[in-house]
Design a protein around this ligand. Structure first.
Ligand SMILES: [Mn+2]
Length: 480
């Protein structure tokens, strides 16, 4: 019989001798201090915290950054801090928790973090999967305090702080916090999540700069994609995904969401992210992608490009209708416009176009009624969403502040109408089957209209063709 008390599984694990343990604690030099200057986000984050503080007077508020997730064994998925935590602190480290302690006249913010190792704990140093021998140097408490201007404590003191009484908690990010804080009324935590989304809806000037940077990198990523088209024709959509990813990793943190790279009829699948199909000359290439900055703000842009540089007549016709729809929605954008009207403007243009082409079996006006909606077979999705730290930003905001609300100065939205004709859709003329077109741009609502953040990327079909030709004339190499 095997020994049922020990399976003796695992890999390379020699004994951790007392001699080695002791040896690891000595012989280290003084480490230079890093990050002694305040980050430029710090003063903005302080103002955001004070907006949050005003919403919950006298209550303790807890916003964790979240923990790493294991992919397999000792390998984690790349860590990406929770957006509410990033918004309220500027910090992006795992395992950290922001606690707003209620005090007279407001809140006292305290950041609980795991600080740099003082080299006294050989277990943490040598074995700890989040230890410094594993993942590199962390900041000291003093350094974190300098950078973000928040009173900072060791995360080991968090449990004690949370035991101090009731709190509103952003749940689902950190099991230590979820367990430590009992909540009798789940509405209170839900309301905190909603309020954070609603506060995040209006971007401050620092955030707008991040979004401009995200868009700038994304524009360069799209240029890389065009330069790489020939190699993608010889391989697959993955080549373009990887070309864009190169730009995202070098200039930013990552892509803000999995890139959608769809040639031909695959463009009619809204979230085609397998990206393993061939890139076929004569078809359209729909690419929906965004670079996420190191500060974790993302762009979200879609272009539908002719693989060989020229739109066919049918492709151009569909493209022009989608572009007209986008213009209709953009024309409504100013403070006070309802999100409903912003949406409906593009949808109406698309429905009318579909009716003109004889594709809709009913008049556009009838299709647009709530009890019909036949055009949605081809238009499929809404016309825009908020954008910021998350690609679908502020998703926990209550309807009155978002989908049922009005545009306001500082809101950042995408505008992304599309038309999708499945390859086997018999309701569509044969020459249109298998065509999917989406045009997506990013905008910020200004005092009297909007600023199109992604204006540098051409949208008019002639301009797209000229842009592609110019890039190809420059060769196919991607430069930093
Ligand atoms: Mn989008």
């Amino acid at each position: 019989m095997p020994d049922r008390r020990s399976l003796d599984t695992g890999y390379f694990k020699p004994p951790f001798s007392a001699a080695l343990r002791s040896y690891l604690t000595r012989g280290w030099g003084e480490r230079p201090h890093v990050d002694v200057e305040a980050a430029d986000v710090a003063s903005y984050a302080a103002r955001r915290r004070s907006r949050l503080s005003h919403c919950f007077p006298g209550e303790r508020v807890v916003v964790p950054s979240g923990l790493s997730k294991v992919r397999v064994n000792d390998c984690d998925h790349p860590f990406r801090a929770g957006s509410d935590y990033v918004w309220a602190t500027g910090d992006r480290e795992p395992e950290a928790v922001l606690v707003l302690e209620p005090v007279a006249g407001g809140h006292d913010p305290v950041l609980y973090v795991r600080p740099a190792s003082d080299r006294s704990d050989p277990d943490d140093l040598f074995h700890g999967r989040h230890g410094e021998f594993y993942v590199g140097r962390r900041r000291t408490l003093r350094e974190t305090e300098n950078v973000y201007g928040i009173h900072t404590r060791h995360v080991d003191r968090l449990a004690q702080a949370l035991a101090g009484g009731p709190a509103r908690v952003m749940r689902g990010l950190d099991p230590r916090v979820d367990t430590a804080v009992a909540q009798d009324d789940p509405y209170l935590d839900g309301e905190l999540a909603a309020v954070l989304s609603e506060l995040r809806a209006v971007k401050d000037s620092w955030e707008l700069d991040q979004l401009r940077a995200a868009v700038g990198s994304t524009v360069r990523g799209f240029e890389d994609v065009v330069r790489s088209m020939g190699k993608a024709v010889r391989t697959s959509e993955r080549w373009l995904e990887a070309a864009f990813f190169l730009r995202a990793r070098v200039e930013g943190n990552d892509v803000g969401y999995h890139s959608i790279v769809a040639s031909g009829a695959r463009a009619t699948a809204l979230h085609w992210t397998r990206n393993d199909g061939p890139v076929v000359p004569g078809t359209l290439l729909l690419m929906d992608a965004g670079v996420e900055t190191r500060s974790l703000y993302t762009a979200d842009i879609t272009r539908t490009l002719p693989v060989d540089g020229r739109y066919t007549g049918a492709q151009r016709e569909v493209y022009e209708l989608v572009l007209r729809a986008q213009r209709s929605s953009l024309a409504t954008v100013r403070p006070g416009t309802t999100v409903h009207d912003f949406n409906e403007a593009a949808i109406r243009t698309l429905a009318e176009g579909l009716a003109d082409w004889g594709i809709l079996p009913v008049a556009a006006r009838e299709s647009l009624r709530e009890d019909s909606g036949l055009h949605r077979r081809y238009t499929r999705h809404g016309i825009g969403h908020m954008l910021g730290l998350d690609v679908h930003d502020c998703s926990k905001a209550r309807s009155a502040h978002y989908l049922g609300g009005r545009l306001a100065e500082g809101h950042v939205f995408t505008c992304e109408p599309g038309l999708y004709f499945q390859h086997d859709d018999l309701t569509v003329p044969e020459e249109l089957r298998g065509i999917g077109v989406r045009i997506e741009d990013d905008l910020v609502v200004t005092a009297d209209g909007y600023e199109l953040l992604s204006h540098a990327l051409p949208r008019e079909p002639d301009a797209v063709e000229a842009w592609m030709a110019a890039l190809w004339a420059g060769g196919d190499s991607i430069e930093p």
